[in-house]
Design a protein. Structure first.
Length: 218
């Protein structure tokens, strides 16, 4: 449970207790595998990475096969769309979830593809303040940006600890603090206070006229 939920349980125990009772009762008449598959679909719909991994593993534990999980996602295609389903499978492969990790094919040096991703037209250069950390969302991609003159650096707005999204509320000057466990990062280099290896993932930036273009990489 997150610190925020812990706080709410203490500050509003009756309301939060009723909320969790409501969640527990919903689906109580469904068998465990069906409940787990529905939970997987809801995590894909809101693109919650850690929740998707958690509930996919739960679905496997209660007897769902990888094929059944894929069937559930594909049946929800009208609501999820292809991009979210592709995102979900990418997440399951990257986290080594049983039945999905073996779908990943090791690329040889001769056939290794270029980094995947999209070119994001984020904003105009003059919309970014000088020497100040700014969070921007371009579609479903959260970014942290830093500008000095005509030079812009961009980072994925995800904590390198457990992948939680870094929020605007955690930004103070050049420093960004993750709300989950208090990990801290500093711009313009994305360095983590826990050590160099935990730095934020930097993304290539180009300027097209006055537009800031970021190349997202999976």
């Amino acid at each position: 449970m997150s610190r925020a939920l812990d706080y709410l349980m203490q500050a509003r125990p009756q309301a939060m207790g009723a909320y969790f009772k409501f969640l527990k009762d919903n689906g109580s008449r469904l068998e465990p595998k069906t409940r787990a598959l529905i939970s997987v679909i809801t995590k894909v719909a809101v693109e919650t990475e850690l929740g998707l991994v958690q509930y996919t593993r739960k679905a496997l534990e209660v007897g769902a096969s990888p094929d059944e999980i894929l069937d559930a996602l594909m049946m929800a295609f009208p609501a999820l769309g292809l991009s979210r389903i592709v995102w979900a499978v990418d997440v399951l492969i990257e986290h080594g979830v049983e039945g999905f990790a073996d779908l990943a094919v090791e690329d040889s040096e001769e056939t290794a593809p270029a980094p995947r991703g999209e070119r994001l037209d984020v904003c105009a250069l003059d919309q970014l303040p000088e020497r100040q950390t700014v969070k921007r969302n371009s579609g479903r991609y959260p970014l942290l940006l830093w500008r000095e003159g005509a030079t812009v650096r961009a980072f994925k707005a995800y904590c390198s600890h457990q992948g939680m999204e870094l929020m605007t509320s955690g930004i103070k000057g050049a420093q960004v603090t993750c709300a989950q466990h208090g990990w801290q990062f500093s711009l313009p280099d994305g360095r983590c206070s826990r050590g160099e290896k935990w730095g934020l993932s930097e993304l290539p930036v180009t300027l097209r006229g006055n537009r800031v273009i970021v190349q997202w990489q999976d």
